[in-house]
Design a protein around this ligand. Sequence first.
Ligand code: HEC
Length: 156
Amino acid sequence: MYQQIGAPKSNMKKFVLMASACLNVVLVIALCMTAFSGNNLSSPAVSRRAAVTGVTGGILAATRMARAVDPTNIFETNCGACHQGGGNNIITGHTLSKTAMEQYLDGGWNKEAIEYQIRNGKGPMPAWEGVLSEEEIKAMTDWVYEQSTTAFKDIN
Ligand code: HEC
């Protein structure tokens, strides 16, 4: 169950890397075509350098994207099934709004309590410790806390 929920996340990283790799191939082909077509002002050497720069940049960007913790993405992948739009499909009312958390979250509405529940779960909610990385748990805590007074403020 936990594995199933966790799986799409790593697939996503692979997808980003794959997509970037494909883009790089397209870029190289495009730049090579430019380099070897006669009616072009820039010399092939310049274009080749541009191709190399483009590829290196693309790989670096892809690595950064795959590594960066994206809370919105983590939320949609792992939490969205039960907390779609910040709500709660399993237990009505136990949403991610500040007012709901003040009422239902053990320890009240604060980051420690949010982090505790993400790590340990509660009732039907699974524990995410060991499923999400430490960095991801921290990022989710901050993000949920933030959303609870903004996007999820009026979800009930
Ligand atoms: C399988 C369904 C399920 C998934 C997946 C899930 N939750 Fe929950 N979550 C619940 C349920 C049910 C509750 C209410 C528990 C209770 O109060 O008894 C809850 C409550 C919460 C609360 C407290 C809300 C309140 O009003 O008390 C937070 C914060 C929370 N979840 C965050 C998350 C985060 C972040 C994720 C993803 C990493 C996540 N949940 C994934 C089912 C889920």
